[in-house]
Design a protein around this ligand. Structure first.
Ligand SMILES: [Zn+2]
Length: 136
């Protein structure tokens, strides 16, 4: 199933605004716990299992918005499998649903305002707008 569809179905099960508020619900549902680790800069996060308990360790040096995307990416692996591109597509769709982005663009919001509204990085918004064939 395409990652975008999986993300949309999860949002139907747990409607929220902004969309990233779905993350605590998903953590709970998957029995995942977040850890902040001093990882090397090129490593955004890792999923690990210790004594049967599952953790997502996020890079403590990265911004909250970047960590949010990394967390959504790691959750994406649970729903979409091991491929990186599928986890990325899932994360983008989960945090920046197409219908929400389209409304913000229609309201004349630029990519910085959209990033603020959704709690994601401007870089993530820029990629998402390109994927959706939109400009802001
Ligand atoms: Zn990954």
């Amino acid at each position: 199933m395409p990652p975008e569809i999986i993300a949309n179905i999860l949002h139907l099960e747990y409607p929220c605004n902004p969309p990233h508020l779905i993350l605590p619900w998903l953590l709970d549902r998957l029995g995942l716990q977040i850890e902040l680790w001093p990882l090397p800069d090129e490593c955004s996060g890792v999923s690990i299992k210790i004594n049967g308990k599952r953790y997502v360790a996020l890079n403590a040096g990265h911004s909250i918005r970047r960590r949010r995307f990394t967390l959504a990416h790691e959750i994406g692996h649970f729903y979409c499998g091991p491929e990186e591109w599928r986890a990325d597509r899932f994360a983008a769709a989960l945090l920046m649903p197409a219908d929400v982005i389209k409304v913000l663009v229609a309201k004349g919001k630029d990519r910085y305002k959209i990033a603020d509204a959704l709690g994601v990085s401007v870089d993530a918004v820029t990629v998402r707008l390109n994927v959706l064939g939109l400009t802001a």
